[in-house]
Design a protein around this ligand. Structure first.
Ligand code: ATP
Length: 417
């Protein structure tokens, strides 16, 4: 078995690495090779040079030596890459086996920022067939894809457009999409966003993707596909993927809080200040994690999720999931573990039935009518307008790798659909 890894072939102007892979799969099959389910491998969502979702592809093929399929892969890459893109630096890797070092490289590529030289070092040391173009950055993703091993996985069926339609508006029957979602959710997810009344499974960019249906069950995905009315796709590919698995999240519970930008974390701490909204609708609040204050943010595109964040009060014990950018954790999910009691104090009632008034700063309270005094205020316990449990950003703001709560099978989860 050989594994072909491909990355960094497209630009904002067009093409898509998954489309290139789809065409290559067809060509390999036409040449008589047995191709197993391809992998759509998402890498660190904070990587600087990504075009969109930091995707790389691995294609397992039953073949003997890399040279036998290398030329087909190379020809397809050169034909379907946008080599003129400033940030397009294709990488192609064909490995005969997956070693522990390659698996480690994948785990780090999904959580850390890596260097081109490191990828080249492993490829040379392990004697792996590879070709890199321009600055060869694509070798990072191509090697990581080949080395990928998923602890958890989901599926995505991607339908691609006919070439003559690329760059034109996509023709999709919206009613059939909502219907397909109703019929197959929760085995499929992130097709639509109910809270924002939007269809989210289809891009608006000029690339060849018509739409992608995500889910846990390939049969349910196929059923949803059969229900959707749209322009006729040119081709479709079902990928197994690490999307929706939180593979990018580093669990920091019980560990020293040494956090770096461009990595994604799960942290446990207590809310250390009132959430505040700033211009543009972004909401910020600090949490105390082992004595260290960390700023958390729910940005405007997270829409209704910000209402949950605004309901937090100091003392709430929470877990947060998200990526560190400029020393601020950009929230993807939040788990409210226990809530502080929310209290309000007011002047006490006097024995005469009248409510006392403040007697001045630090002076307690006094009844105007009968002159009775009191030091103690009356403390009221207010009800909280949220309940404990897990909350997430809506599908329209979801990161590819973020595990949707519908997959958590946790009775405390409040999935955003
Ligand atoms: P698309 O999703 O449309 O295929 P993309 O968002 O995947 O595009 P690429 O064009 O593949 O973006 O560019 C991402 C680049 O970043 C690639 O060169 C890839 O090798 C590199 N890269 C991926 N993960 C990391 C990482 N962890 N550290 C450093 N570089 C990375």
């Amino acid at each position: 078995m050989l594994i072909i890894g491909i990355d960094d072939t497209d630009s904002e102007r067009g093409f898509c690495t998954t489309y290139l892979a789809a065409v290559l799969i067809e060509r390999l099959r036409a040449s008589g090779y047995h191709v197993c389910t391809p992998k759509l491998v998402r890498l660190n969502p904070c990587a600087r040079y990504k075009t969109r979702g930091n995707a790389a592809i691995a294609i397992p093929v039953e073949a003997e030596d890399p040279e036998s399929i290398g030329q087909t892969a190379l020809d397809t890459l050169l034909e379907l890459s946008d080599l003129s893109g400033i940030n397009t630096n294709p990488g192609l890797v064909i490995a005969e086996r997956v070693t522990e070092e390659m698996r480690q490289f994948y785990r780090r590529a999904v959580t850390e920022i890596l260097e081109i030289e490191e990828a080249k070092g492993i490829l040379t040391a392990e004697g792996i067939w590879h070709r890199g173009f321009k600055n060869q950055r694509g070798l990072i993703g191509a090697l990581a894809a080949v080395g990928s091993e998923f602890d958890d996985s989901t599926y995505e069926l991607i339908a691609y457009r006919r070439r003559e339609l690329w760059g034109t508006p996509r023709s999709l029957d919206e009613d059939s999409i909502w219907e397909a979602d109703r019929a197959t959710y929760p085995a499929t997810w992130d097709t639509v966003d109910y809270s924002n009344r939007r269809i989210v499974f289809s891009p608006h960019s000029p690339d060849p993707v018509l739409f992608g249906i995500r889910g846990d069950d390939p049969d349910a995905i196929r059923r949803a596909f059969s229900m959707i009315r749209s322009e006729a796709p040119e081709r479709c590919v079902m990928y197994v993927t690490n999307q929706g698995t939180d593979a990018h999240i580093i669990d920091m519970r019980g560990r020293d809080t040494c956090l770096n930008d461009d990595r994604s974390y799960r942290l446990r701490g207590s809310v250390a200040g009132k959430p505040r909204a700033i211009e543009g609708g972004h909401v910020f609040f600090p949490i105390d994690v082992g004595g260290r204050k960390i700023e958390c943010a729910a940005f405007e595109p997270t829409k209704c999720f910000r209402k949950i964040v605004r309901s937090l009060i100091p003392g709430d014990l929470i877990e947060v999931y998200g990526s560190m950018k400029s020393s601020t954790l950009n929230l993807e999910k939040i788990d409210i573990i226990s809530m502080e009691k929310q209290r309000r104090s007011r002047p006490p009632l006097c024995a005469c039935g009248r409510r006392m008034e403040s007697a001045g700063a630090g002076q307690g309270y006094r009844c105007r009518r009968c002159r009775t005094r009191s030091i103690e205020a009356e403390v009221l316990e207010l009800s909280r307008d949220i309940e404990e449990g897990l909350y997430e950003v809506p599908p329209s703001a979801r990161r590819h790798l973020a595990k949707p709560l519908v997959r958590m099978r946790d009775p405390r989860a409040h999935p955003s659909r």
